[in-house]
Design a protein around this ligand. Structure first.
Ligand SMILES: O=P(O)(O)OC[C@@H](O)[C@@H](O)c1c[nH]c2ccccc12
Length: 262
């Protein structure tokens, strides 16, 4: 069983919610990536989503876009990121999920990317601009490398397509909770509870929800409707501003809850 499947099994067995922080590789310098991953695991992250900077990140809001630009300005490459992830692998045990648009993979070479990702100990991958109709392009190499493709469903995905998407793979499904791009929101969209209930009812996979989670209270609210939450822009911001106490408070929000119950 791969690390991601095992982690999902443990969460379910322990009746625990997952908290998945997203960070931009190379923001703050690629040399600090491994330390940041170790810190996030220590704070209580269940998995970590690592973004590859890209010049045209269509799903990203301003905070993530700026982090990507800072990272690119420092010369971050996909190759360099995979090397740092390989180095980090020895020090962390939780799953690593890479988020990248398709173009950097095509430029790197699909087979080479899957091979090097496997060697780096990457467990899953999110490719927001790869529709399921085009997955054939990547699938054999990913399967060969034992890397799970994490697929997205959104508020506008019709039910039959949600079923089709969640019938695939052995990871989790990423339920996007807003109509729009990544970034903080004051409140969640109307109809969100019904949407997540629908995804949960058709999905054989655990359902993780993301987009717009910036506070522990929002994370708890959302987690009551699904199996885990993903938080990106706020994490990126707190790291950039060096607000480590607040970062710990957010990342550990389910861990603390659990401990205080005991
Ligand atoms: O930033 P938010 O609103 O907290 O959402 C998570 C998000 O940043 C992260 O999962 C992500 C970053 N870039 C993406 C592109 C597509 C899908 C997801 C993402």
């Amino acid at each position: 069983m791969n690390r991601l499947a095992e982690s999902l099994r443990q969460l379910q067995a322990g009746n625990k919610k997952a908290f998945v922080p997203y960070i931009m590789a190379g923001d703050g310098g690629l040399e600090c990536l491994a330390d940041r991953l170790v810190m996030l695991e220590w704070f209580g992250a269940s998995s970590i989503e690592v973004g590859i900077p890209f010049s045209d990140p269509v799903a990203d809001g301003p905070v993530n876009q700026e982090a990507g630009l800072r990272s690119l300005a420092r010369g971050t490459t996909l190759k360099g990121t995979l090397e740092q992830l390989a180095r980090a692998r020895a020090s962390i045990s939780i799953p690593i999920i890479v988020m990248t648009y398709l173009n950097p993979i095509l430029a790197y070479g699909i087979d080479e990317f899957c091979r090097d990702s496997k060697e780096a100990g990457i467990d899953g991958i999110i490719i927001p601009d790869l529709p399921i109709e085009e997955e054939g392009l990547m699938e054999p190499s990913l399967v060969n490398a034992g890397i799970e493709l994490i697929r997205l469903v959104t508020l506008t995905t019709p039910p039959e397509r949600i079923r089709e998407i969640t019938d695939k793979g052995n990871g989790f499904v990423y339920a996007v909770t807003v109509k729009g791009i990544t970034g903080g929101r004051d409140s969640f969209q109307d109809g969100l509870a019904a949407f997540l209930a629908e995804v949960k009812s058709v999905s054989r996979l655990p359902v993780f929800a993301g987009f717009g989670v910036s506070t522990p209270a929002q994370a708890r609210e959302l987690a009551s409707l699904c199996d885990g939450v993903i938080s990106g822009s706020r994490i990126v911001e707190l790291l950039h501003e060096g607000k480590m106490d607040e970062l710990e408070e957010l990342v550990s929000c389910f861990k603390k809850e659990k401990e205080s119950v005991i």
